[in-house]
Design a protein around this ligand. Structure first.
Ligand SMILES: [Zn+2]
Length: 355
């Protein structure tokens, strides 16, 4: 991966952005896309649009959500312990024993998520997984007043894990879901600034907000951009480790190329263009079958307003919604190349009506 691109990816991943609190990631996205966008806009939701050919008759919207899952502090006990609620979908087995940052008014505050020690658990407690309600964050103070000197109610919390290289092209971090997608739309736009789309086609690369809590930013962006066509990109599950069943989930693997979704959420013309673009670029793709609406921005985009011809790309990652998501950088790069190539195939005359 290009040095500047990797640096941007790392910064984006390491920048905390739980849903509703994406402004810092938005700034990183704006700064990176500025040199190759003709125009950048930020709307009242916080979505950032980086646009090439803003005046073109036909607009294509790209969407990669920049929010990540996290927690929000909703109560501080007399002992100074912080109780928190989930932003997005969490497995309650994960938080115990993690270091976290509380993003407070005076900067980030370190904390740990505590639970009573193994020796103090009863036989029954040992067999059960804790509920989020049973957990708290300890920031090292011993009273509510001391805690409130450092944080405020509503402060958001993220795990301390950051971007780390592993063997080969494999990397791990929290929040690849979906900083990875946000990175891909930015890279697709960069590719399109080097090798342009058709001159009557504009591309609006949107870093969307609030995906993890109901695809909220994609919905308003789809209406705001009035794009007739769009492509979302998000993580999907790699079904390549023990205990997951290919017969049930299909056969997506990390390191085997971008994933292209097919099903009701995907416009058939867009799907065919994507397949053709992959062939032309010499990129191997994996097909993920989505029999209904997907849980991604593509779903909100497709049914916003009078409807949008949507496509959905993905990268197969391991351990989604944990602080140790794992992916292949080559998959990510190829996904960005593919996304740009699909955009170049679209003309003002492309008829997306299913026939
Ligand atoms: Zn997610």
């Amino acid at each position: 991966m290009r040095k500047e691109s990797l640096a941007f990816f790392k910064e984006l991943v390491n920048t905390p952005s739980p849903s509703g609190y994406e402004t810092k990631a938005a700034e990183v996205y704006r700064t990176y896309t500025k040199p190759f966008a003709d125009e950048i806009r930020t709307d009242v939701m916080g979505n950032v649009w980086a646009i090439i050919n803003p005046k073109a008759k036909r607009q294509v919207m790209l969407a990669g959500h920049m929010d990540e899952i996290g927690f929000a502090v909703h109560y501080v006990s007399d002992e100074g312990l912080l109780y928190f609620s989930a932003i997005g979908g969490h497995d309650s087995a994960i938080p115990v024993g993690q270091r976290v940052w509380i993003h407070g008014p005076k900067g980030r505050v370190p904390g740990v998520i505590g639970r009573k020690a193994i020796h103090l658990l009863t036989q029954d407690e040992r067999k059960q997984k804790p509920e989020l309600d049973d957990l708290w964050i300890d920031i090292g103070v011993s009273s509510r007043d001391d805690a409130m000197g450092l944080i405020e109610l509503g402060d958001v919390v993220t795990y301390q894990w950051e971007f780390q290289k592993m063997a080969g092209d494999v990397v791990t971090a929290r929040g690849f879901d979906n900083k990875m997608g946000c990175f891909i739309v930015a890279e697709a736009l960069r590719h399109l600034s080097e090798k342009k789309p058709n001159k009557d086609v504009g591309v609006i690369a949107v870093a969307t907000v609030q995906e993890e809590i109901g695809l909220r930013g994609a919905r308003t962006s789809a209406i705001g951009t009035q794009a007739e066509a769009g492509i979302a990109v998000d993580v999907t599950h790699a079904i390549d480790y023990p205990s997951v069943d290919k017969k049930k989930h299909g056969d997506m693997r990390m390191g085997k190329g971008p994933v292209v979704a097919r099903g009701a959420n995907i416009n058939p013309v867009m799907f065919d263009l994507t397949k053709q673009a992959a062939k032309d670029e010499g990129i191997d793709i994996q097909i993920e079958v989505e029999p209904g609406g997907t849980g991604t921005d593509a779903n909100a985009m497709q049914i916003a307003g009078a409807g949008m011809a949507t496509g959905l790309l993905g990268v197969a990652i391991r351990y989604m919604h944990t602080p140790v998501e794992v992916l292949s950088l080559t998959d990510v790069e190829q996904c960005a190349t593919l996304m740009a190539a699909v955009c170049r195939k679209i003309t003002a005359k492309t008829d997306f009506t299913p026939r």
